[in-house]
Write a protein that binds this ligand. Structure first.
Ligand code: ARG
Length: 461
């Protein structure tokens, strides 16, 4: 049978392989609600423009309501022969209402139709993601508030560097996720223009009202260039790029959770709800959720790359390559939503082992910088010399297998006679973090102030 949409020009139907490579219904059926909303807006506008009669539009409206109901109650038969969601919906509408269904596609093409449907899906999903990131930030803030005073080792090169607080560490991620959230808010603002009415690529000769359909679908305005309208997929790429950057942040936090929950660190313990056991080793509590957050970030980045590569060589306007936008975008944003949810759960539920963090914070000569800073402040020693003097004292401690605060004063004075016993006041981890009061520093007072500021900022979201 030749195709019922373009059968006028064709005598033979498609090869089975043609049907298989061409059909998108297996995944674009997800767009049914957007497709029907777009058709309703288009039909109402065509009536107002005098292109369709009130009777036709009434039939279309009630027919589409029935199609929607059939899909939502599992009574709709999707057909691969009908290629995609647009033709599946229209064909069923024809069965239900007959001739008026054929008038719905006036002044419209599947090219502007799919761009509109897909944009609506990306927009609605972006709105959900923005809310979800806010939820993750609140979970981090709650833990930061509880642990503004909890000292832990701060690392560079994963070597003990200087003590910080766990609250400060959590707040570092709040800053990152706020940037991620604002990237999505920004992308959302940019994408909210309606392609419907661009038709195949050149616009239409019918007296359509694009402002009307744009407003009906919640867009700020219609897109301004018909070629761009049907060729643009950067709205999806931009949201995916924002997701990929955020996924990198999630992956780094996930990696830290994997390290922190190991028997060697024991900084945190994931709840049973976010851990798995081993089928052979009874002692195991595996951080699978964190590992999967880390892994799915690779998948999210891959999806972004996949669509960038699909798009990069396409001349204007529409090419069928663009049908490959959907699976990658769906996979990207759904994976992203899942990893945010998993991370929010892990953070909210995990137990923080303050004693293990404190013990680790005091090891590895982590207050060496405090000793050097003390020499600068108390003895007027230039920082470079203070660094050298401190290095010699660290070497003594390392030789003897003791921490800095346990090196006897006499031995320190043998290295530099300007050292007095006041130095011991800066060598504890609590003194160290309390002293870091510069703006953005780890001092508990700073952390508490930041938590309060963010709580106020997020309270309305
Ligand atoms: N299923 C198609 C897609 O997702 C719809 C647009 C088809 N347009 C066309 N000219 N073949 O891109």
């Amino acid at each position: 049978m030749s195709n019922r949409m373009w059968g006028g020009r064709f005598t033979e139907g498609p090869d089975a392989i043609m049907e298989e490579i061409n059909a998108s219904i297996d995944y674009d059926r997800k767009l049914y609600a957007q497709d029907i909303a777009g058709s309703l807006a288009h039909a109402a506008m065509l009536e107002k423009a005098g292109v369709l009669t009130a009777a036709d539009v009434e039939a279309i409206t009630s027919g589409l309501a029935q199609v929607k109901n059939e899909i939502e109650t599992g009574r709709f038969t999707f057909s691969r022969a009908l290629e995609d969601i647009h033709m599946n919906v229209e064909a069923r509408l024809k069965e239900i209402i007959g001739e008026p269904a054929g008038r719905l596609h006036t002044a419209r093409s599947r090219n502007d139709q799919v761009a509109t449907d897909f944009k609506l899906w990306v927009r609605d999903t972006t709105d959900q993601l923005i809310v979800q990131i806010g939820g993750l930030m609140k979970a981090l803030l709650a833990r930061a508030g509880e642990h503004a005073d909890t000292v832990m080792p701060g690392f560079t090169h994963l070597q003990s560097a200087q003590p910080v607080t766990f609250g400060h560490h959590m707040m570092a991620y709040v800053e990152m996720f706020e940037r991620d959230r604002s990237r999505l808010v920004d992308a959302r603002r940019r994408l909210n223009e309606c392609p419907l009415g661009a038709a195949a690529l050149a616009g239409t000769s019918f007296p359509i009202d694009r402002e009307m359909t744009a407003a009906a679908l919640g867009f700020d305005r219609p897109t301004a260039n018909s070629l761009d309208s049907v060729s643009d997929r950067d709205f999806a790429l931009e949201v995916m790029a924002a997701a990929a950057i955020a996924a990198v942040h999630l992956s780094r936090l996930a990696e830290e959770i994997v390290i922190w929950s190991s028997a060697q660190f024991r900084f945190v313990r994931l709840s049973d709800r976010f851990s798995t056991g081993s089928s052979i080793m009874p002692q195991k509590r595996n951080p699978d959720a964190a590992e999967l957050v880390r892994a799915k970030s690779g998948r999210i980045i891959g999806d972004l790359n996949g669509l960038l590569i699909v798009m990069k060589g396409l001349p204007l306007a529409y090419s069928k390559d663009m049908q490959e936008d959907k699976e990658q975008t769906f996979d990207c944003l759904q994976s992203f939503s899942l990893v945010i949810a998993a991370m929010t759960g892990m953070i909210a539920d995990m137990t923080v082992n303050e004693a293990a963090m404190r013990a680790a914070a005091g090891s590895g000569f982590s207050t060496a910088t405090d000793l050097a800073d003390w020499l600068v402040r108390a003895g007027g020693v230039p920082f470079r010399d203070a660094h050298h003097i401190t290095g010699r004292i660290v070497a003594i401690a390392a030789d003897r297998g003791i921490e800095l605060a346990d090196v006897p004063l006499a031995d320190m004075q043998a290295v530099d006679r300007r050292i007095t016993d006041a130095v011991f006041e800066v060598l504890t981890v609590d003194d160290s973090v309390r002293s870091r009061t510069s703006y953005g520093g780890t001092a508990p007072g700073n952390v508490r102030a930041m938590v309060a500021r963010w709580q106020a900022r997020l309270s309305g979201t």
